[in-house]
Design a binder for this molecule. Structure first.
Ligand code: AQP
Length: 343
């Protein structure tokens, strides 16, 4: 049987990239799961703290993330849905993993390198200085490994941007298995589960991914955006001035991104969709993307609006989810503590 684990940061309302790149897969895996498969989905509050967060906003985002996951169809009776920060086993295991992970490996993570690149730009090309960055930014991939392995997860549906971190998790699992040998290897090596839509790009800068933390709110479509907001954001998406539509992610990333989004909505390949627009303009493509995205988001948005005022229900789901998660990970932690000698 499979153990599926994935997480999302409570850093704002999830966007179309989160949805098409990861969350839609969570729902599909839940639908297709066999009776013995386990599904564990987490809102990873501790990861959000690697960047400065306003406490009141973080608290709201945490709750909103839960409501969004329920509104897209995660069923708390079938899946374990919980707040990571309500299960201390994640940080306990992260500490043990920190003690077997070379710093050099963490410095090679592209997420860390891009943080250094950002500080370099902010500093006007002056020397890159690690002292500007907190240690959490360097070590959070280790916490991610703990998030996954504390449930001995076998399958991890995440966006392509997370692939390198998953490789690290496999590496850490393997190091632990070899360092602390028992009768059998303790951790499975978790597998990446790809979605058909690997990467949704920013509507304003189609060379970077759509992101919750990008300053320009027009660059992303939130799962709770109204029809009017969806229309204005897609109409304003950056494309190019070449006539006719082709799928060319390298030289026409803006148009390719719109084709990717439309293809995800219609369950097709972007190249197939492109053929229909070969003799049409960006305006025609955008009009159809507006309709397709609105159709996709209409139901979850209405469900979110209904759920967001259901305080008692949301608290109850979170409480039950955390309790199930803790009971589940305690079993793994007992084995781990025994192997390392902390008994
Ligand atoms: N643009 C994207 N395209 C495809 N998948 C994406 N994911 C994120 N952005 C895209 C996937 O969504 C899941 C949850 O992401 P997350 O919130 O945990 O972290 P993130 O990758 O850091 O996402 P954001 O939106 O960019 O958040 P901020 O700006 O707060 O860092 C993951 O599986 C991710 O791969």
């Amino acid at each position: 049987p499979r153990v599926v684990f994935s997480g999302i940061q409570p850093t704002g309302i999830p966007h179309l990239g989160n949805y098409l790149g990861a969350l839609l897969n969570w729902v599909r895996l839940q639908q297709d799961a066999g009776p013995k498969d386990e599904l564990i989905f987490s809102i990873v509050g501790w990861h959000a703290l690697t960047l400065p967060q306003d406490p009141r906003e973080l608290s709201r985002s945490r709750r909103d993330a839960l409501a969004v996951l329920l509104s897209i169809g995660i069923d708390p009776k079938r899946s374990t849905l919980f707040h990571q920060d309500e299960n201390p086993h994640h940080t306990e295991l992260a500490w043990l993993f920190n003690c077997i992970t070379p710093v050099g490996k963490l410095r090679r993570m592209t997420t860390w390198k891009s943080r250094l690149a950002v500080s370099r730009n902010a500093n006007d090309e002056s020397e890159v200085d690690e002292s500007m960055l907190n240690a959490g930014l360097l070590t959070y991939p280790v916490l991610q490994a703990a998030d996954i392995l504390v449930y001995k997860a076998t399958h991890v549906p995440v966006g392509e941007d997370q692939k390198q971190h998953l490789e690290l998790a496999r590496d850490i699992a393997d190091t632990f298995n070899r360092t602390f040998k028992g009768k059998s290897r303790l951790f499975p090596l978790p597998e990446f589960v790809a979605t058909p839509t690997r990467r949704v790009l920013s509507l304003k800068d189609p060379t970077s991914k759509m992101s919750k933390s990008a300053p320009d709110v027009q660059s992303r479509i939130l799962l709770t955006d109204t029809a009017a907001q969806i229309k204005s954001k897609i109409r304003g998406a950056v494309t190019d001035s070449i006539s006719g539509i082709t799928y060319d992610p390298v030289s026409r990333p803006g148009a390719a991104n719109l084709l990717t989004i439309l293809a995800a909505c219609t369950n097709e390949e972007p190249t197939e969709v492109a053929k229909r627009y070969a003799n049409k303009g960006h305006g025609d493509l955008k009009a159809d993307v507006v309709d397709a995205v609105e159709n996709l988001l209409r139901k979850p948005r209405a469900e979110f609006e209904r759920l967001r005022s259901e305080d008692a229900y949301l608290s109850e789901v979170a409480r039950e989810g955390a309790s199930k998660a803790r009971a589940r990970s305690e079993v793994t932690m007992q084995e781990i503590r025994k192997r390392v000698g902390l008994v």
